[in-house]
Design a protein around this ligand. Structure first.
Ligand code: 4NP
Length: 155
């Protein structure tokens, strides 16, 4: 099993959105039994919380399940458990380095560095634009799928 973890600041907007989107991609590709998905926060602010209502409504709009999405905080142990630890922005990546104590590891990646955008996923908690974030998260997830297929020879 290949283990993927999406990480953002609160684990209520961007990373649970990515978890839902990527789980849906895996389902469509018949890879659910090969790749697992989870998400976590760098902060402790929303432990045990459901996703933000903006994330829930965008997932609903695109017919993607939000089942099982609950806020939790990243731990040091997550570094060993996961094969890909995907931050939504540069500050998430810095915080992942700090929490795991593992700086500059190739498994720790900023999502849109996998695409031609090379930028942070905008935080809809502040921008209010969940559609923009959804489109970028979806592009990032597609690029992540291609990377995993290539690296694990799943095609
Ligand atoms: P997220 O967005 O990191 O995409 O989940 C945020 C969620 C909550 C807060 C900030 C960002 N907050 O300040 O509570």
């Amino acid at each position: 099993m290949i283990h993927v973890l999406f990480v953002c600041l609160g684990n209520i907007c961007r990373s649970p959105m990515a978890e839902g989107v990527f789980r849906n991609v895996l389902k469509q590709e018949n890879l659910s039994s090969r790749v697992s998905v989870d998400s976590a926060a760098t902060s402790s602010w929303h432990i045990g919380s459901p996703p933000h209502k903006g994330t829930l409504s965008i997932l609903k709009k695109y017919n993607i399940s939000a089942e099982g999405l609950v806020g939790r905080q990243l731990t040091k142990e997550d570094f060993e458990k996961f094969d890909y630890i995907i931050g939504m922005d540069e500050s998430n990546v810095k915080n992942i380095f700090e929490i795991t104590g593992k700086p500059q590891q190739p498994k720790i990646i900023r999502l849109l560095d996998l695409t031609d955008h090379n930028k942070d996923v905008p935080d809809p908690y502040y921008t209010g634009d969940f559609e923009e974030t959804y489109q970028l998260v979806t592009e990032g997830c597609q690029a992540l799928l291609e990377k995993i297929l290539k690296e694990h020879r799943l095609t």
